[in-house]
Design a protein. Sequence first.
Length: 132
Amino acid sequence: FVVLAYVVTLILVAKYGREKIDASFVKIKEGLNSADTTIHNVSTILPEKVINIADEIIKYAFIVVSAVEQGYKNGAILYGDRKVSAMEKLTNMLGVAGINVTEEMTPAMDDAVEAAVLQLPKTHVTAKNKKV
């Protein structure tokens, strides 16, 4: 996994330049810090196992959303398929991490994907100075 992340980073730096990629990683780090704060606040009222699973969902959601967006940008994933692709990839990553995804987890996974999307750099411009 670490090797894959390294290779993806090298490709992104080569394609978009170090400054843009650094800015993207800052956004991702801010999102992860926000998620960590939320988990810390919730941990006082929820059992540790639930917190660990929630932490994993959030962590992997940020990874898969970035991967799906890159797939969309390079044409491998269609615009309308991004959400489904992100949810499938998140389910797969959680499974690899040993977490059996249940139907009750789907709303939390959906929310985590949406939160990760909000942390993406705004790259789709629809009108002058208006980013989507």
